[in-house]
Ligand binder design. Structure first.
Ligand code: FAD
Length: 399
């Protein structure tokens, strides 16, 4: 930072140039705000790739309605959800992005606002401004948006985190000479809680990876084992690792002169790890709220609370469905009931739960009971739980 930058007060500083930060930057730019800055710790936007790169077509089209973009690598029409020897299928259109290209494209119209190789170390709030401490000097801003992914150290002291955040480690890569269908996505559940994704990019190339909820096994070895078991033939071109949060939204996504978007706010569908849509949407909502605050020159908690109100209206039910989905998955694995639970929802229910945040009533009851009986922390299913569950069935509270 130059000395002048030290004195200058930006209207907004965005920490992180991922989908959330870039979308927010684009919104501020569209709102004719020019006194803002995005800081990014990496030396390139969009690289290295650490993602499966899949996103629902209808979600994506909310922001980018054209049928063709250079960064859309493929479109698929159906999903195969596999659990060992069982396969559930449903129709749904998804795009397979070239995510590095997508992020470069997103950054194009705001590239003069992005400062690369600048790492945010901390944020301090003063009555007149927020101070962003970086490895290149300090920056002042009226308001700061934390869009820096799932590391919660900076925001913890503002109560913008969640206790015991579950972070899911992932491993995968880009593969060539891929032997399965180009027209569908595959999700594979197997021995350990977690899932493998197989997302084709074209006839021969696929993005294949795994996220595991169990931390004490070698993820790479298990991934390679699944490649063989499910007869996925392909040669690795490049590999990645990464992680995503899976405990749902943080306790509070705003504080005085501060908001959090995307992964920094815990906005990921916990059951599948999808977070690109929520990063884009929260960036968009944050942009609208911040423009308003900057206009009024008001950055109190009261003003910024509007952001939380809006994202809750927009996508909270979907995130909640993701948490229920994940909790039931964990219980299914823990008590060896996966096969039964996997086969239980109808095609539409399965699709509704994964894609639209619609949780079937009986799944909600089961989830609620599992919370009351603290099933996740029990070694055996308590007798009383079985009894209550049977009574619910008997009285047709659930089918
Ligand atoms: C292996 C894997 C596969 C996934 N697959 C999918 C998928 O197929 N579909 C889907 O929808 N979602 C997927 N996700 C989730 C998705 O990638 C995230 O939810 C999404 O990237 C969140 O966007 P974001 O902008 O909030 O954060 P990020 O994409 O993490 O961007 C944060 C940016 O901030 C920068 N940064 C971090 N710390 C600092 C700092 N201190 N100072 C400055 N800059 C900083 C980072 O370098 C990064 O560029 C996957 C995640 C993983 C790990």
């Amino acid at each position: 930072m130059t000395k002048m930058d030290n004195e200058h007060i930006y209207d907004a500083v965005i920490v992180g140039a991922g989908p959330a930060g870039l979308m927010l930057g684009r919104k501020l730019n569209e709102g004719d705000l020019h006194n803002f800055l995005i800081i990014e710790s990496k030396n390139k936007v969009g690289e290295p790739l650490r993602c499966g790169e899949g996103i629902g077509c209808s979600e994506f089209s909310q922001f980018f309605p054209k049928k063709e973009y250079s960064f859309i690598a493929n479109k698929v029409y159906s999903h195969d959800i596999i659990y060992e020897d069982l396969t559930r299928k449903f129709q749904s259109e998804f795009y397979q992005l070239d995510r590095p290209l997508f992020e470069k494209w997103l950054s194009e119209e705001i590239k003069d606002k992005i400062k690369l190789n600048v790492k945010c170390l901390d944020v301090t709030i003063y009555p007149e401004y927020a101070l962003v401490l970086t490895d290149k000097g300090n920056i002042k801003a009226k308001v700061v948006a934390l869009c820096h992914g799932n590391s919660y150290n900076i925001q913890k002291k503002f109560g913008m985190s969640i206790k015991n955040q579950l972070i899911i480690p992932c491993y995968g890569g880009i593969y060539k000479n891929y032997n399965l269908s180009k027209d569908k996505f595959y999700f594979i559940f197997d021995k350990y809680p977690g899932a493998m994704w197989v997302f084709p990019k074209d006839e021969k190339t696929a993005n294949i990876g795994i996220g595991l909820y169990k931390h004490d096994i070698n993820i790479k070895e298990f991934f390679n084992h699944l490649m063989k078991k499910y007869k996925i033939d392909a040669e690795m071109v490049s590999e990645y690792s990464g992680s995503f949060p899976a405990s749902g939204p943080i306790k509070k996504t705003y504080s005085e002169r501060l908001i959090a978007c995307g992964n920094a706010a815990g906005f990921v569908f916990a059951g599948t790890g999808e977070g690109i849509y929520y990063a884009l949407k929260s960036g968009e909502i944050a942009g609208e709220v911040l423009l308003e605050c900057i206009n009024k020159n008001k950055f109190s908690e009261n003003e910024l609370r509007e952001y939380e109100k809006e994202w809750k209206k927009s996508f909270y039910p979907k995130l909640k469905a993701g948490i229920i989905f994940l909790d039931l998955l964990e219980i299914g694995y823990k008590f060896n009931k996966m096969k039964r639970m996997f086969g239980s929802p109808s095609q539409d229910e399965l699709k509704g739960m994964i894609l639209d945040g619609k949780v079937p009533y009986r799944a909600k009851v089961l989830w609620r009971l599992s919370k009351i009986f603290n099933l996740k922390n029990k070694k055996k299913i308590p007798l009383l739980f079985r009894l209550v569950y049977r009574l619910c069935k008997g009285f047709r509270i659930i089918k």
